[in-house]
Structures are given as structure tokens and as C-alpha cells.
Design a protein around this ligand. Sequence first.
Ligand code: SF4
Length: 253
Amino acid sequence: MLSSLLSFYSILGIMITRFYEGPLTGANKELQNRIVTCKACPRLVKYREQKALFEKKPRFANVEHWGAPVPSHGDPQARLLIVGLAPGADGANRTGRLFTGDSSSNFLIKSLYSAGLTNKDSSEHISDGLALHDVFISSAIHCLPPNDKPTPTELSSCKHFLSSEIQLLARLKAILVFGHIAFRQVQNVVTDLTNEPSRHKFIHGGQYQLPSLKTTLFASYHPSPRNTNTGKLDQTSLDTIFNKIMGHIRSFD
Ligand code: SF4
């Protein structure tokens, strides 16, 4: 049954079409709708839909999965932008909101809550009432990649969305990036925006000036189970990075 469904799917191609229905307005809303309706990367279109339609975890078997590019979310007046890697298979690709519905999400949201940037300390589903204050969450790419490894072409195809978001965040003072791939993506975006090569080396806890954007870049290991279950990243370490970021942001008050 599954193999015939997959054959049917491979003939039919794209099966999931969604539109942005979140709270952002104006240019932010238009941008997020362009993200959600994007089909620029054939490998990722197929993979995100395959996971959402045919390869659900047993505990989510009866739950409708998002299966489309996942939009960014948060405060359009934010001074902090967080850039993750990509939607998670059981998290954002299921729930339709970045950093929602898996262990990475709750790890991050706990630290955001401690830093006073959210109204609650967990992120479970799109209607859970989570509100972000002074922070906006995006990702290096907006579709779930196999093995968490987007290709250089896919990263390049998605880069302009992050570039547009940075341009729309008029009060931006800090960018926090999770992991090497997102760190490189942000630096490529900075180079595109400023025409100045940005080639900093990723260091967990690192802080780098981006004078042309009047912004500071902060780096952290990604709060994925691979890092949090092995102790490479713990809650105290992430809280410490947020304390540093909040000190930086408040210096502009
Ligand atoms: S990764 Fe980005 S560019 Fe590629 S299909 Fe998804 S939204 Fe479009």
C-alpha cells in the first residue's frame, strides 16, 4: 500500500500547498507567504512532503503535518534575530512553526523565557499562545533537509529570504546563530547586503561585530538533541549567551 502511494506521489509530484496565516502584516506577511509557497528546491519539496505524508512517527500518526516551507515568526520590532538551521522532522515540519513541537524547541524557549523574551517556557504547537517579545526566529533554510544537511545550492536558493528579513528588522541589534551551517549562511547574507566579505570563524559563545549592519553576531551550538543529550550544550551555557546578548541589546536603551 505504502509503495503504491509513494509511486503515485512520485508521478504526481507536489501534493501540499499552504499559505501564510500567521500574525505578521504588510511586507513581513508578503515575505512569509513567499516562503511558505516556495518550491525552488525539488529535493527538499519531495523530502518535506514525504516525511509529512508517509513517514510520520507512530505517536503523530493521526496528526496532520505541515509539510511545506516553515515561515519565520516573532516580533517585527525585534532587536534580536535568531537563525536556526532548518525545520525539524517532528518539530516545525509537523507543526508549521519554527522551534515548535520537539526537544530543541523546548530547550531554546526555556532560555528565551529566562531572558524575558517569551510569555511561556515551552513551545508545543501553533495555537499554544506562545508570544515572542523583542525576538524574531528564522532559519538558514525553511524546508526540512535529509540528515540535517542542505546542499550549497539549496542554501543559496533560500538565502534571499533571510536577507529580506534582516532588511525588514529595522531595530535589529543582535543576531544569534545556531551551528556552523547557519553561521556560514548568515555571513553570506551579510556579504550580499554589505558587499564586504564576512569570514568569521565559528566559536560557541563567540561575538563578532558587523559594523556595516550596525549589528553584532553571536554564535552558539545548535540546541539539537545531538548537542544537548551529549552535554555539548547545556541550559546554563545557552542562558549565559542570552545574558550576554541582553546586556548588549540593553546598552542601546
Ligand atoms: S529551502 Fe527555501 S528556497 Fe528551497 S524550497 Fe524551501 S523555502 Fe524554497
